[in-house]
Ligand binder design. Sequence first.
Ligand SMILES: Nc1ncnc2c1ncn2[C@@H]1O[C@H](COP(=O)(O)OP(=O)(O)OP(=O)(O)O)[C@@H](O)[C@H]1O
Length: 310
Amino acid sequence: MIRFEGVRKSFGGATALAGLDLVVPEGAFAVLLGGSGAGKSTALRMINRLIDPDAGRVLLRGRDVAAEAAPALRRRIGYVIQGIGLFPHWTVARNIGAVPRLLGWDEKRIAARVDELLTLLRLDPAAYRDRMPAQLSGGQAQRIGVARALAADPDILLMDEPFGALDAVTRQALQQEMARLHAATGKTILLVTHDVEEALSLATRLAVMADGRLLQEGAPRDLLDAPADPRVRDLLDGGAIGMRRLSLVTAASLAGPTGEAPAALPHIPAAATGRDALEAMLAARAEAVVLLDAAGAPAGLVALRDLLRA
Ligand SMILES: Nc1ncnc2c1ncn2[C@@H]1O[C@H](COP(=O)(O)OP(=O)(O)OP(=O)(O)O)[C@@H](O)[C@H]1O
């Protein structure tokens, strides 16, 4: 668990955090969302003591981070930033193994961990471990950044706009990868973004910030249904709230029985979202869509009116 208690920070005359109170539960994929200058990065960087508060405390698993020397603390905390900052003259393997080596792991254990992480990030170890960072695409470099952050099995993973520099397709692929990694590892992840779609697709807990304060925190669906502040509604984009709600539910959760569905209806996978169902209907000018299970068999039918239940 990460807890901010009355945290304040000013830079010169500018207030970055104006009394932040926030709790990130253990195992959450928490997303800090807010406009530019809201204080998100400042908050994140206090957890690994890249910035220290002027007042208030940051607790990690009940312990004030100020009580621990910053280098030791940082070895327990994975940190992923935009553009990642891999060491350019080190191979991928050496980059990933940096923290385990600092911790004194033996070379065999480090090599095994490097291969394990490359595999986890869906990169073939034989093809990638000896490459230099310049020989990687932006998306691959970002994956190596995530592998490096996870190398010493940290307690938590901090991610600051990690996918900001990537094209939309790579960005979406890495978002899916992170959701999978979170489910597989159960790690507490805190990610900073100003991208609402990214926040909603990843967050199990969503914290919206403005002017150095927390506006609202909760399950994404609760913020969409009951924004506590007009700024939360504006940020989540009032006009698109219905669409955003649709993208949070699976099409399967809205489906009724297939019945005698006309063969001409469009098909989508049952795991698709309600939003995918709507898009398929609009594209085909159809009033319903048939869901297919993993084996390709009809698994239900979603009609336009079913979308109103989302
Ligand atoms: N090192 C610094 N020196 C001076 N001012 C700073 C520093 N770091 C942050 N600030 C200021 O503190 C405020 C909050 O910045 P912060 O980077 O935390 O916001 P953010 O929500 O992460 O914004 P963005 O999405 O643009 O990165 C801003 O007004 C910023 O200019």
